[in-house]
Ligand binder design. Sequence first.
Ligand code: NDP
Ligand code: 2IT
Length: 445
Amino acid sequence: MNTYAQSVLDQLKKRFPTQKEFLQAATEIIDSLSLVFDRHPEYEKAGILERFVEPERQINFRVTWIDDAGKVQVNTGYRVQYSSAIGPYKGGLRFHPSVNNSIMKFLGLEQILKNSLTGMPIGGAKGGSDFDPKGKSDNEVMRFCQAFMQELYRHIGPDTDVPAGDIGVGAREIGYLYGCYKKLANNNGCALTGRGVPYGGSLVRTEATGYGLIYFANEMLKTKNQSFEGKRAVISGSGNVAIYANEKATQLGAKVVAMSDSDGYIVDERGIDLDLIKKLKEVERKRISEYVKIYPNAVYKKGCKDIWTVKCDIALPCATQNELNLDSAKILVQNGCKCVAEGANMPTTLDAIKYFQDNGILFGPAKAANAGGVATSALEMAQSSQRMYWSFEEVDKELEHIMKNIFKMCDEAAKEYDCAGNYVIGANIAGFKRVAESMLAYGIY
Ligand code: NDP
Ligand code: 2IT
């Protein structure tokens, strides 16, 4: 590795030895960027990498709310405003018990490069809380969201920082959060995306991450004269990203045979009934195990990791970080899988990524492959500024265009650095250059 890159990575390891997800993301990124520093000594001179890995601002705050039993509950709220080099901070909010500083920083760091790849003027951020919406009543979720926003509202705004959804934060939560924001801030601008269409949201934002993932994977398949037509696909998760990845993959002729939640996975050889998944997950908030009550011929297995033992041509991890490890990668390759595209953020461990690449598998990294969600968030911001709504077809067409362009950027950057076909390196380099050039232009501050 380039000595400058290595020294910055060593420093991070020394300073944050317990932040393992953050170090994992930083290691992958810095490893790729090493090639850039060999060619651009001016970046070292301006301390670009040290500044890039250090968040501009991190906010941790107490969130106090009262549950339905009248008991006082306390959670921690987070917002990591990582980089505003190319635009207002932008990135999702995650509500999950596993949320901590390491997870927020890994997601925020990835988001800087992802947002840069979209080609739109949006910086990188992430936030959330260790609050678990599972099993909570609508009223409890509302009270939590309002308590969370009572602190967050002073740090965000349409030109400052624009949060959105992520794990555990969907249409319901964004509604409560935005309702509270607009009241406290006395501002009706686009301070959150993923809003309902009646109050300023964009058509296609719900579908965007999943659809975009398939548009990106399709571009990878085209390089091998392949398509989704007739392929077997396995998709982990059954949340927002997984559901709409299934919908678009199916529209393009694939058969999705397995999906999961955090308890287990289902296999339906006839192809998963997506309407039933939408009803169970989006409307009733039930477990995926309920599927086999309606389709007794389908199989439910406990534990989600083994979903990767289901034979497939295309694997789409769309649940959470580090859900696909080296053992799973070996089984996928052995079973003939030819393409892996990440819908979730950092779902594949570093050794599993290497294994896929060494075995000639098409591998689409999250920051490129799942960028369709945030890109469509930026389209929501554009529509809000214009005081206009675009049609479903217009937004979808723009999304497809953006995903094709992201693929092209990754492909070209990989080739420029003699790593043709390595979209991990391509995505990191293409995303970084725009941010680094902006930082250089601003001087040292
Ligand atoms: P959702 O909350 O809608 O769905 C998450 C899904 O993943 C659920 O099926 C959930 O199961 C499962 N899951 C969550 N945590 C775990 C875990 N620790 N182990 C196993 N399964 C788990 O979230 P999204 O679909 O929005 O997000 C999924 C992934 O996509 C995340 O990595 C997110 O960061 C990423 N992403 C999301 C974008 C968006 O626009 N929403 C954009 C880009 C990336 P259960 O229901 O049992 O909890
Ligand atoms: O990881 C992500 O890109 C998201 N959760 C979406 C962020 C956004 O601002 O739409």
